[in-house]
Design a binder for this molecule. Structure first.
Ligand SMILES: *[C@@H]1O[C@H](CO)[C@@H](O)[C@H](O)[C@H]1NC(C)=O
Ligand SMILES: *[C@@H]1O[C@H](CO)[C@@H](O)[C@H](O)[C@H]1NC(C)=O
Ligand SMILES: *[C@@H]1O[C@H](CO)[C@@H](O)[C@H](O)[C@H]1NC(C)=O
Ligand SMILES: *[C@@H]1O[C@H](CO)[C@@H](O)[C@H](O)[C@H]1NC(C)=O
Ligand SMILES: *[C@@H]1O[C@H](CO)[C@@H](O)[C@H](O)[C@H]1NC(C)=O
Ligand SMILES: *[C@@H]1O[C@H](CO)[C@@H](O)[C@H](O)[C@H]1NC(C)=O
Ligand SMILES: *[C@@H]1O[C@H](CO)[C@@H](O)[C@H](O)[C@H]1NC(C)=O
Ligand SMILES: CC(=O)N[C@H]1CO[C@H](CO)[C@@H](O)[C@@H]1O
Length: 500
């Protein structure tokens, strides 16, 4: 049996390319045009983002507040070691900020800063994870750029998100862009910020989550070069960061999304290296960094702080599975923007919100190599398409369908269980998300009562007996992973077996 859990490999991926730029934009006073443009810009880059964006002031509904994120385990593949991955260090938020030694040329124009971080919860707002300051112009403390965490809601620290702010020396105002969702405490996340003289962009776990073109030109000029200080872990105003940091990279180019994803996966292209200014692995932080006054270097993270799977896991999608601590989360019930009374009122009162709109979506249909067994038939697709249009046309919404056929038997035979990471199957803990007949009830983990029901006579008798198909009995002593005996795509749960 084959298992895939990568969220984006669903047989049926529906891409909602949003209801045009108006979607979910609440008309309200006091929001500057600039801000609206920014919201729109951000939306344009996150398909479907509007669906989960709660309006201001409504973000802290009790249900959302208390929603406990399920515990995420590290992938089994992750345990392997790799020397150039470096160390993760822990910033206490008290006097262990680091300042880049003079002599390293900080990029003036295009740049990319990227790193893995695991922020603790309850950061103050704003918290600065890394930033570029100007130590000469005290009058203007916001010159330069910052990567950090800040609350977006007016109500205290309720909705903390990653942000990237930038103010070039010539600009009058600072520009901040925020990630689309709050950060998850104690989870590793890969964050990257880029600037190419026109666009500033924020990436979280390889996804572009914010963009703005409000700033332009070089960040600073030759003349002020000596004034610039790059810090990580906090700033001079004590907006310090608490949490782990690993593998900080600074480039003198605005890296594209593909490159950022490759960096995230730990692949290094020698061709790119001339563009690399710093790759800090924290093996010898004293070589490039200075501590602040009376401060100390951040210490290696306690408790086996290795981040999950880093490199050598083979290329492609499977990689990101072990690599990222992300999972698919449905929007909390009743808390999408479209359920918001204020928003709906606007739609009711302003007819121009209800102008005809087109939603484009794509069905990715997976066939086997002989092009016989599609995941869904043409008839099902057209039926669904018809139903969608019938249901939404009274509201001036039409659907535009495109179909993408993929012919790949191997992919077709895979089973996707949302959130069931392959490493969880048969790990001696019953994971409800993996409790499915097709995984042999989490390879037996969820059948504690049935553990002993496999009589010895059935073990390894040349028949795959379901009651023996768990790790405890070596998957029926191998019978269930033997292609000569059984349809292994359905019965083989042994993680190490090539037939799984
Ligand atoms: C990983 O590397 C560390 C430091 O180099 C070493 O102490 C540890 O034993 C290694 N672990 C494995 C599983 O190789
Ligand atoms: C910065 O990036 C932009 C867009 O990639 C490019 O056109 C420009 O030449 C770059 N500037 C420098 C100084 O490399
Ligand atoms: C659909 O759009 C038209 C304008 O094109 C508008 O007059 C009408 O009220 C809209 N219908 C609904 C149900 O919103
Ligand atoms: C996908 O396959 C179906 C069924 O064979 C076919 O009708 C359709 O034209 C194909 N679409 C594309 C874009 O290839
Ligand atoms: C088919 O899917 C498998 C994953 O199941 C993938 O490894 C392989 O590259 C795909 N083949 C092609 C030709 O895309
Ligand atoms: C799983 O499969 C591997 C490779 O075929 C085998 O060496 C191992 O013994 C199997 N594990 C169990 C628990 O049966
Ligand atoms: C399946 O049968 C083939 C041919 O009889 C044999 O070569 C192969 O080793 C068998 N595989 C297993 C896993 O027993
Ligand atoms: C072969 C094997 O691992 N047997 C174990 C299966 O599980 C029972 C109960 O948990 C153990 O007692 C057996 O030793």
């Amino acid at each position: 049996m084959k298992l895939w859990t990568s969220p984006w490999v669903f047989c049926l991926v529906i891409l909602l390319l949003c209801f045009g730029s108006e979607c979910g934009t609440v008309q309200r006073k006091g929001r500057s045009k600039r801000e609206l443009v920014r919201i729109r810009e951000a939306k344009a880059t996150i398909p479907g983002a509007c669906a989960t964006r709660l309006p201001r002031g409504k973000r802290s509904l009790p249900g959302l507040e208390r929603r406990v994120l399920p515990h995420r385990r590290r992938s089994a593949q992750a345990v392997e070691n790799s020397s150039d991955r470096g160390k993760s260090v822990y910033f206490t938020g008290r006097g262990d900020q680091l300042r880049l030694k003079p002599g390293v040329e900080i990029p003036r124009g295009n740049f990319t800063l990227e790193m893995w971080i695991k922020p603790e919860g309850g950061q103050r707002s704003p918290t600065v994870i890394a930033g570029l300051y100007d130590k000469c112009f005290y009058a203007s403390s916001d010159r330069g750029w910052l990567l950090g965490i800040e609350a977006v809601s007016e109500h205290g620290n309720r909705d903390p998100r990653f942000f990237f702010s930038l103010k070039t020396d010539r600009a009058h105002k600072v520009t901040s862009i925020h990630s689309n969702a709050r950060y998850v405490p104690n989870q590793w996340a890969h964050v990257a910020v880029t600037y190419d003289g026109v666009y500033m962009k924020l990436f979280v776990n390889g996804a572009q989550v914010g963009v703005s073109r409000e700033q332009s030109g070089d960040v600073f000029s030759h003349l002020t070069k000596k004034c610039k200080v790059l810090m990580i872990g906090g700033n001079a105003l004590n907006h310090n960061y608490r949490g782990a940091v690993e593998r900080v990279g600074l480039w003198r180019q605005a890296r594209g999304q593909r490159q950022i994803i490759r960096d995230m996966q730990g692949h290094e292209d020698p061709q790119d290296l001339p563009q690399l200014v710093i790759r800090e692995t924290f093996e010898h932080p004293g070589r490039k960094w200075l501590t602040v006054k009376d401060g100390s270097f951040p210490q290696p993270e306690q408790g086996g702080g290795w981040r999950v799977g880093f490199q050598g896991l083979g290329g492609g999608i499977g990689n990101s599975e072990g690599l990222l601590d992300t999972m698919l989360e449905p929007p909390p019930c009743g808390q999408t923007i479209c359920d918001n009374i204020e928003v709906i009122k606007n739609y009711n009162n302003l007819w121009n919100f209800r102008r005809p709109k087109k939603v484009r979506y794509r069905v990715i249909n997976i066939w086997d190599d002989t092009r016989t067994r599609p995941t869904v038939t043409d008839h099902q697709i057209s039926l669904q398409h018809q139903q969608l249009n019938d249901a939404f046309s009274p509201y001036n919404i039409t659907w535009e369908l495109s179909i993408y056929n993929v012919t790949n038997s191997s992919l077709r035979n895979r089973l996707i269980l949302a959130n069931c990471d392959i490493s969880k199957v048969g790990d001696d803990v019953c994971d409800p998300e993996c409790n499915h007949p097709l995984t042999g009830y989490d390879a037996g983990d969820c059948m504690s009562g049935h553990r002993n029901r496999c009589p010895e006579s059935k073990q390894g008798n040349g028949v795959c007996d379901p009651e023996c198909n768990c790790e405890n009995f070596s998957y029926d002593l191998g019978d269930c992973c033997n292609p000569n005996i059984t349809d292994v795509t359905k019965t083989c749960f042994n993680r190490s077996s090539p037939y799984k």
